[in-house]
Design a protein around this ligand. Structure first.
Ligand SMILES: Cc1ncc(COP(=O)(O)O)c(C=O)c1O
Length: 436
């Protein structure tokens, strides 16, 4: 598995770029001005075709580390034994459904398997519409939830507001750094939650009621936000009063990522009606799920059967089980908490040293570092954020940028990230901030 990379076995970057565009078309995007041509991963490290090594501070999909040997072993053993689908009995998929459900609170005990977060959100919306009889949806401004037709509509960052369908209202996310209500004001949770009440009224004027309120618990595409106290409670209360369901999109925030609980919504003490999850649960293998209550699953099944050829196949279930084993054995939640606390406090200290660092947000191993040109006007430093990202890439550390203004440096490493990995990131980040 860990054979040294022989660079001349790979196409040159320029040749691969040309062939990629012609074979895959122009819709795809690459990270970085000089794309990274990766050939191997191990833990928190990625290796390119020329033998360069990068500290991965971005990829949450490789949740317990790139090519974790236990996950690879579980995958290969099951792939060489049998792969089928959910129309046959198989132990792995049932074991996985039970173990996954056991990580969730309340009545969230029925798992339906899909392959991507997009499919999970698509199914959640179909369930919500079926069960409530309502058609509407409330999401955040600048949300991202996936790529099917309907989920693209729910992904308000993807297209102009004027093109939103009639059933959809987007509300302002709780951003006390630059939103309508700022740090220091009282009752931030209630004030931001009131936007959900306005959305319900807007929908009613158009003849709709919400089937669901859908929210990513870490507001990733809004630059990593933490809901203020009481926010989700108050939003859920209003949505449920109209008969709507509350759906937590845990594709980003789930599986220990935020360091205090297995699932991001647990930080707020709410229990959603439906939870969608994807990316990290298969450690790189395409595995995703919708978890709901027996009552909702039952009501949905009165109208629809569900089959997904690859969702819930035994190889994917083996990967999911291995990931849950690693999380327990390697005490991943504790690691995220400990390394995340260290990293978060050091990142916050950067805001005191560098004028450019306007705000540091997030928790666990998910941080957004917002770059501004002027702390008083909050003028976004988009070019500077890109400069930081590119400097880091050139110096062997991979991060991303995000947010509605594209000025937030996103740090979200595999969760086996260590304190010394964090120190290397911080040291290189300081050099990057000095350079822009
Ligand atoms: C919050 C959130 N939900 C859903 C998705 C869609 O997941 P997938 O790309 O697996 O379809 C993403 C993907 O980035 C996401 O960030």
């Amino acid at each position: 598995m860990n054979q040294p990379v022989v660079s001349d076995t790979f196409a040159t970057d320029s040749e691969l770029l040309r062939r990629r565009e012609s074979a895959m078309g122009p819709a795809y995007r690459l990270f970085y001005e000089k794309p990274v041509h990766l050939v191997r991963g191990e833990g928190v490290w990625l290796h390119d075709s020329e033998g360069r090594k990068y500290l991965d501070c971005y990829n949450n999909v490789a949740s317990v580390g790139h090519c974790h040997p236990n996950v690879v072993d579980a995958l290969t053993r099951q792939a060489s034994t049998l792969n089928t689908h959910t129309r046959y009995l198989h132990d792995h998929v049932v074991n996985y459904a039970e173990r996954l459900a056991a990580t969730l609170p309340g009545d969230l005990s029925v798992c339906m398997f899909v392959c991507t977060g997009s499919e999970a959100n698509d199914l959640a919306f179909r369930m919500a519409r079926t069960v409530t009889g309502n058609q509407g949806a409330i999401v955040m401004e600048n949300a991202y939830h996936g790529n099917s037709i309907v989920v693209t509509e729910l992904s308000t960052e993807e297209y102009p507001a004027a093109e939103r369908p009639d059933y959809l209202v987007a509300i302002e996310p709780p951003n006390p750094y630059r939103g309508s209500y700022r740090h220091g004001e009282p009752a931030l949770g209630a004030k931001y939650a009131a936007f959900a009440g306005d959305a319900i009224e807007d929908l009613a004027e158009r003849g709709h009621q919400p089937a669901m309120f859908l929210c990513d618990s870490i507001f990733d595409s809004n630059g990593a936000l933490t809901a203020p106290k009481g926010y989700f409670h108050k939003v859920y209360e209003q949505v449920r009063a109209t008969g709507g369901l509350c759906v937590a999109d845990e594709v980003q925030s789930g599986l220990c990522r935020l360091g205090d609980h297995m699932w991001g919504f647990e930080d707020s003490g709410v229990i959603p009606d439906i939870v969608t999850m994807g990316k990290p649960i298969g450690d790189g293998h395409p595995l995703a799920a919708v978890v709901t209550t027996p009552a909702i699953a039952e009501e949905f099944s009165r109208k629809f059967r569900y089959f997904n050829t690859f969702g819930g196949n035994p190889v994917s279930a083996a990967a999911g089980l291995a990931v849950l084993d690693v999380i327990e054995r390697e005490k991943i939640l504790q690691n995220v908490h400990d390394v995340g606390t260290f990293l978060g406090s050091k990142l916050k200290a950067l805001a005191e040293k560098y004028e450019l660092v306007g705000d540091v947000r997030g928790k666990g191993l998910f941080y957004g570092v917002e770059i501004v040109r002027d702390r008083a006007t909050l003028e976004p430093g988009e070019a500077e954020a890109q400069g930081v990202r590119e400097f880091l890439r050139e110096n062997g550390v991979l991060v991303g940028t995000t947010g509605p203004l594209n000025n937030v440096v996103k740090i979200r490493p595999p969760m086996v990230f260590s304190k010394s990995n964090a120190e290397l990131l911080l040291e290189t980040l300081e050099q990057a901030l000095d350079s822009v």
